[in-house]
Design a protein around this ligand. Sequence first.
Ligand code: CA
Length: 362
Amino acid sequence: MRILILGFCAFCLWGCGSKGGDSGVKVEKSTAVFDWKMVTTWPKNFPGLGTAPEDFANMVRQMSGGRLNIKVFGAGQLLPPFEVFDAVSQGTAEMGHGAAYYWAGKARGAEFFATVPFGLNAQEMSSWIHHGGGLQLWREMYQPFGLRPFAAGNTGVQMAGWYNREINSMADIVGLKMRIPGLGAEVLSRAGALAVNMPAGEIYTAMQTGVIDATEWVGPYNDLALGLHQVAEYYYYPGWHEPGVVAELIVNVKSFDSLSPDLQVIVEVAARAINQNMLDEYTAKNNQALKELVKAHGVKVRRLPESVLLELRNIANKVISEQANQTELTRRVAASLEKFKSEVMAYHSISEEAFYKARRAD
Ligand code: CA
């Protein structure tokens, strides 16, 4: 019964979303069975990021009645985490789960589909992608690589990261060796830090051995799981560099095209489901984890000074406009994002922001 209901919902969503008003069209159901591999950039079953692909695979198997079976591989199980994009592009695996900013060296401007410093939050990113033209641009960017992207998770606003010294001014950032990906890394580099990227599985050891002396990862729920409180004293907020990171699902286009229309819709709907569910999970778990970090582990939570945030925002604006000017496509992506941001901020200033302020006790 559950499968029937899910299947019916999937059909409705597809009908309404793609054609509008043709919900009477019959979808041909193929009996072909597909056994696929999904490679991920996350440690196997890592909370949220790693469990979402497993949830996705389970949903797809149930909705398809066992016609599309996806085996999920954690980072390093089948291939190194940062080889996911190439592996799915080449068809070594049919699917991948990661984040677009890991592939900026391959698809120029891919960072814009993960997160932008001082940019959109989770709700706004999802809105831009699904109702603001973002998804069409994202597909255009990945098309030369034979990949079809889907939004498939979001962390919400992250934390600014873990440090072993207090950050009181921009001078405290100079010389920091920090793990940070994406456009945030470029911002910190220009502020005088040495920014490096590395996958989740390497961060703890890199901090412990002094390869890096600061790191960001996600937020309390995930950072507690990595044990970062054991290797750093200060936990800074807000995550100016990653205000709502989109986790992405990538599917090899040839593989996707080989699926019957109903299986394609199942993939699309399951991606939408984990896109929301990951954010729900973080919203529920971050607060508990933060309490544990502070009460049980003595972590010192600090806010970045206003002057530092202001300077980082000035640098970020320059970095974003330079990254936007790489190609004709990156110009269109950045322009679309910027237009969406200014429009959504205008309304959110009198809705979300005004409400947050109104409900505070102080
Ligand atoms: Ca992060």
